[in-house]
Unconditional design. Sequence first.
Length: 283
Amino acid sequence: MSIAPSLGAPLLRMHFHDCFVRGCEGSVLLDNANKTTEKYAIPNLSLRGFQIIDQVKTAVEKVCPGIVSCADIVAVVARDVVVALKGPSWEVELGRRDGTVSLASETLTNLLAPFANYSTLQQGFKRKGLSVKDLVLPKIELFLTGAHTIGTSHCSSFENRIYNFTGKGLLGDADPTMDPRYVPRLQSRCKPGDQTTLVEMDPGSFRTFDEHYYKLVTKRRGLFQSDAALLDNAETKAYVELHSQDNTIDFFKDFGVSMINMGRIGVLTGIQGEIRKVCSKIN
């Protein structure tokens, strides 16, 4: 991370995106000539750092060939980049095996969009066996609820909130739940139709893992509708407000627990799947 700190958020997000589609079994890493695997789906086009996973896999294979799965490597790297960005550490459970199927079409039905409302978020997490607390605490670029204490976002992910919230094309048609003083700042960075500009999700602190993003959410300065939605429910609102009060120790502890819980989604063990020799292709 000292070499490429900007890869921290994408590598963490990679773990989320892997686990929410088919489970934590490395399907997000698979590639093919037709570009029909998960990594080519629209929600995953912002993922980066696949070469880091490949480098780790190559190094591990030299020491203990055929033992460590690509899925485990993704989970461990996610933990390590959080630590490198001054965040918490947690004990990564190991023993996952790699899947052999990866379909871009499955991402849209499993990854929650940044414009999801609270009900959609809750249902999506419930399907994966996660709780309301997990919904709030893994707030690190889940593309589902957004990864927001570290990383950046394309303007296109929140453009509707600052230009055309009702869909009627009216002048000044911004999301009323967003701080009206913040909207002009975002508009100065993102022009209508902008598909390339990146905006910091936690301005001034986007390369440090901390609870500051919760402060932005309570001030109605979260980028995504999914952030604003967390204030629509009494329970999630209470968690957001708690962690906006410089409650770093509890935030770090809870985040680690939530990451462990997420890392258990749909794992393959025993004789299921395989241990890939190369992470981008099945054996």
